[in-house]
Design a protein around this ligand. Structure first.
Ligand SMILES: [Ca+2]
Length: 446
């Protein structure tokens, strides 16, 4: 397959070697004889263990992913649904560390003056970070969080009318009698050396309460009509997972609320008996990445099971199928789905097997890196990469894995006001990074 060599940097040569190993491994896997044909119930297949790590092709024209899939018997529903051809950014890039020593940072958002709000997950702290990396004291008045595992203080978003109202929104795992649930608060933010929240009001409480420290989603996206999308998850444990398509539960949903917590009258299930009226779409596993495109449509990058991360175009009232259909399998290797397709259930626009673990999604609209315009940028956790996708007609036509040499789990990706791309790296010594074209000083954020 690698018949059209191109000049390779050292890093790319290393990936090329890995790619060659993948081809060798593939050649060693004999095709099954008829008596070994897989029965309809899904057996665990190739790719178990170390080879579940994504490998990256380097030559033009080959898929970016060269590792064997975890579930090779699952085939894409259409050409280009997975393993898009590798592409390479031509612009030389520089990565600058703005701030370090952040404790499990989860989200970054820009204030109008170019300073940033950064959440620290476990401790439930909200900081102001300046463009040159100075950190404020933790904001007072942040609600108490359940900071176990994937829990804690998650996203931060400014109200669209923030300059006038100073309202911000925070999502977090709210400790409750009998467990927890994702909640969203709205509060008035006071900037400065001693930042503070006032008039704190809970505008959304995921129902029901469950004792799980995982898969509550948490991304906040304001739509142009002023409504607020909140992405949720199915809580990981079976008791929650089975509710992902159930309209009586918030688990596994994307909900749409008014900024004061009310329910928009045009939500799809407001007149459905027994349905929770905040629900916008259902059948999701755990959505941490969400962004609007140039047409103001909502896209999500969804944490799947092993071999089943997804990119979905989110449309009113639709059912995205989890856990009935999907790609991938349990992390134990046990099957989850009998099949990948069913009538009435949406197909992902794209999926990853092996997974990338999408922590966040941003759709680039800046001028600073022109070749990225319209591209999808995804923060890769287990893949330790910034994933870039090019789309045409809502299909993925190219994929790139950037910054892999840094070996950072990437938690968040946000476009800054000057068109630079800002990243948070995961963990107890998290960093705030800024990606700009090399040799070209970006206009500093004011
Ligand atoms: Ca799905």
């Amino acid at each position: 397959m690698i018949t059209t060599p191109r000049p390779l940097s050292g890093v790319r040569s290393a990936w090329s070697l890995l790619g060659a190993c993948a081809l060798l491994l593939a050649a060693c896997n004999k095709p099954p004889t008829p008596s070994q044909q897989r029965p309809p119930s899904i057996e665990h297949a190739d790719g178990k263990g170390e080879s579940t790590k994504p490998w990256v092709g380097s030559a033009s024209g080959v898929p970016v992913e060269t590792a064997p899939p975890n579930v090779p018997e699952f085939k894409p529903a259409f050409a280009g649904q997975t393993r898009a051809p590798v592409m390479h950014t031509e612009t030389p890039l520089t990565v600058t560390e703005i701030a370090g020593d952040l404790d499990e940072p989860w989200a970054v958002a820009f204030l109008p003056d170019g300073k940033m709000l950064v959440t620290e997950k476990h401790q439930g702290r909200l900081l102001i970070v300046t463009a040159d990396g100075k950190k404020s004291a933790p904001t007072s008045g942040v609600p108490r969080v359940d900071g176990r595992d994937q829990g804690g203080l998650l996203d931060v978003a400014l109200a669209p009318d923030y300059p006038k109202t100073k309202l911000i929104y925070l999502s977090y795992y709210e400790p409750r009698e009998g467990g927890n649930g994702l909640a969203v608060v709205r509060a008035r933010f006071t900037e400065g050396a001693a930042p503070a929240l006032a008039d704190v009001k809970v505008v959304f409480r995921m129902q029901p309460t469950l004792d799980s420290s995982m898969h509550a989603g948490g991304r906040l996206v304001f739509a142009p009509d002023g409504t607020l999308f909140v992405t949720l998850g199915e809580r990981s444990i079976l008791k929650g997972r089975v509710q992902a398509r159930d309209l009586a539960s918030d688990f596994g949903k994307i909900v749409r609320i008014l900024p004061d917590g009310g329910i928009p009258k045009d939500n799809p299930f407001v007149d459905t008996p027994g349905a929770r009226p905040e629900i916008w779409t259902r059948g999701h596993r755990n959505v941490l990445g969400a962004a609007l495109d140039a047409k103001q449509r909502l896209w999500v990058a969804e944490m799947g099971p092993r071999g089943g991360d997804e990119l979905n175009l989110v449309e009113r009232g639709k059912d995205y199928g989890w856990p009935t259909i999907g790609y991938g399998e349990e992390y134990s290797g046990e099957p989850i789905h009998e099949t990948t397709q069913a009538p009435g259930l949406e197909q992902p626009v794209y999926y990853w097997d092996p997974v990338i673990s999408p922590g966040a999604l941003s759709i680039y609209s800046g001028e600073l890196i022109p070749e990225w315009k319209g591209n999808f940028l995804i923060a890769g956790l287990s893949s330790k990469a910034l994933i870039r996708l090019a789309l045409e007609n809502d299909r993925v036509v190219g994929e790139e894995r950037l910054l892999m040499e840094r070996k950072d789990r990437i938690r968040d990706v946000v476009q800054g006001p000057e068109g630079a791309v800002y990243l948070l790296t995961d963990g107890s010594n998290g960093k705030l990074l800024k990606v700009t074209p090399a040799g070209k000083r970006a206009e500093p954020a004011r």
